[in-house]
Design a protein around this ligand. Structure first.
Ligand SMILES: O=C(O)c1ccccc1N[C@@H]1O[C@H](COP(=O)(O)O)[C@@H](O)[C@H]1O
Length: 219
């Protein structure tokens, strides 16, 4: 089975190239002022050019209004919007209609009941993203480097198209793939040397770990 791999929170040409060179299927930009990964639409628009035809450029926003989304879409021309806030199903539908772009809706997971929240999004979101609940006091809804119990994903209907995120890194991705067998994975802080500082060597290392895990499971 193909595995989509999204490297999120990119902000430099070197690490963007590392993600593309390793075969990332998705590259993500964060548009959230409180994040150490926050980028301007102009910078993301420049960086994303080298992704054209190679990877999907994803714009990550948190309860953004239309004016901000208009600016992002105009400058970045993303292939997908990731809504990582408390956007209601109606808002997801409005965003899809306004931009004609696929939307990936994020959900915070700690226990099995948290998956109940996805039901009203079944008709509107193109893809779902499962992240851990932020730790107490965090100002970030994502990018916290925290995992949830991946075994919870085993109870999910196999038709649900999603990406697994939250606290993934080179050391734990083998377990995550074995336990959840997700169609896609999404990593941010696990390939950083400091908050918001992506590291090309850590990106290489992560892809090596993914390849090794997949070779092991195919053997
Ligand atoms: O990364 C951020 O700073 C961020 C800010 C606001 C919303 C989402 C954000 N990141 C998303 O968080 C997950 C995974 O993060 P991590 O690997 O645990 O650090 C991923 O979906 C990012 O898109």
């Amino acid at each position: 089975m193909a595995l989509d791999i999204k490297i999120c929170g990119l902000s430099t040409a070197e690490t963007f190239d590392a993600a593309l060179g390793n075969g990332a299927s998705h590259v993500g930009f964060i548009f959230f002022a409180k994040s150490p990964r926050n980028v301007s639409p102009a910078l993301a628009g420049q960086l994303r050019q080298s992704a054209t035809g190679r990877a999907e450029a994803v714009a990550v926003t948190v309860d953004a209004d239309d004016a901000f989304l208009d600016a992002i879409v105009a400058a970045v021309k993303p292939d997908m919007l990731q809504l990582h806030g408390k956007e209601a199903p109606e808002r997801v539908a409005d965003v899809k209609a306004r931009y004609g772009l696929p939307v990936m809706k994020a959900f915070s997971i700690r226990e099995a009941q948290d998956f109940d929240a996805i039901v009203p999004y079944g008709e509107v979101a193109d893809r779902l993203l499962f992240d851990a609940k932020p730790p107490a006091g965090s100002e970030l809804p994502g990018g916290n480097g925290v995992s949830f119990d991946w075994r919870l994903l085993a109870g999910l209907d196999a038709s649900v198209d999603y990406m697994l995120s939250g606290g993934l890194n080179a050391a734990n991705i083998g377990d995550a793939l074995r336990l959840a067998n997700p169609p896609g994975i999404d990593i941010s802080s696990g390939v950083e040397s400091a908050p918001g500082v992506k590291d090309a060597a850590l990106i290489d290392n992560f892809f090596r770990a993914v390849r090794a895990a997949r070779e092991d499971s195919a053997a």
